[in-house]
Design a protein around this ligand. Sequence first.
Ligand code: AMP
Ligand code: GLY
Length: 423
Amino acid sequence: MKILVLGSGAREHAIVLALAEEDAGHELYAAPGNVGMATRAELVAIDPVDPAAVADFVADTAVDLVVIGPEAPLVAGVADTLRTRGVPVFGPGRAAAQLEGSKSFAKRVMDTAGVPTGRSVRAQTRAEVVDALARFGAPHVVKADGLAAGKGVLVTEDHDAALAHADAYLDAGAVLVEEFLTGPEVSLFFLSDGDAVLPLSPAQDYKRASDGDVGPNTGGMGAYSPLPWLRELFGSEQAFVDTVTHDIAEPVIRQLDAEGAPFIGLLYAGLILTEQGIKVIEFNARFGDPETQVVLPRLQTPLSGLLMAAASGRLDHEPRPQFSDDAVVTVVLASEGYPQAPITGRPVVGADAAASVDGVHLVHAATAVRDGDLVTAGGRVLGIVARGDSFTQARERAYRAVDEIEIEGGHHRRDIAAGVAEG
Ligand code: AMP
Ligand code: GLY
């Protein structure tokens, strides 16, 4: 197949690798892609948020399937344009992508579909924010209603900080004030063709910048999959996945379909396992980053077949995707200043040595080549992905590779998958 992947980060690199490793002879294209994936996919210099540019390239090149990585092209309506032209595309249209693009839309869909989530209030004025903060009490949870590149959420004990965070987003629209929920977090992905739903295997993301879950929220500093501890809580991973499929994914997909906004693509459920049961913290309308980097290496079913089945409304004929028992860990190497103000253009030294560690591969998040040398080009720079027979082995390999790499002023977490009991 000719497959075009839209996006330029580590998630898209992981998708390209999974497609390339099928050995099916796919012709892969990435727009704009990144230097890390250039050996596996032809890089195409088109703007992924320009629906007409993408559609023209697809027509000229006779692309069979388009896979949309990040949220921006979804919200820009790229999937809608491609579908109008009859192109199979994995990624929801603008209407269904609001599940990620608008937190209040997501809350309304969940409420209508009877899906468990935290109580919340949408506030448009400072007075409404003050009321809502008082109603739920501390710790306070304040979320920008629209897309905020992972920076829109503040969880804090500090009332003034909660208000200041709300102020920063009120000008542009509304905020959601939410009740504080506590428990382990799980990211679970579902493929959907708008009607049928197939779950992938769960992962856990590390959102805070620093070890021990302190520091600001980031796009994600590391992840691991599978989650052996789910067995203790639910008897088996399968039992957990079945519950979330039945109680959360299926009702939401049905609700969107009933509203004339079928969700064709990847439903990312960000879940929190509270004492009162599993609740949704957020939905995304795309693969998670960095969770994709640990889920796809375990996928044994060919990814292209699953994405094509979803894109063409045939998911109900597909068997459940199968996963290996490998332990997979990813550690993100970030630039100095990330997430507030990343410094770019710094040399990245040692990438080849890191990639030669047993069981390790690298995914590029934001790199560039300058005068023949690899340099940083954004906040999250590289992902080290390591697989092992156990988390002990995967972690040992991951951090051996991490220690080969030097980025002046860079930072990463040392506690990814630390203390995960072996399955
Ligand atoms: P989100 O962007 O909505 O996933 O939020 C980012 C992170 O903020 C989540 O992964 C949680 O760790 C935290 N968070 C979001 N909502 C809540 C909540 N209601 N209670 C506690 N923590 C939350
Ligand atoms: N890892 C969080 C996200 O992809 O939104």
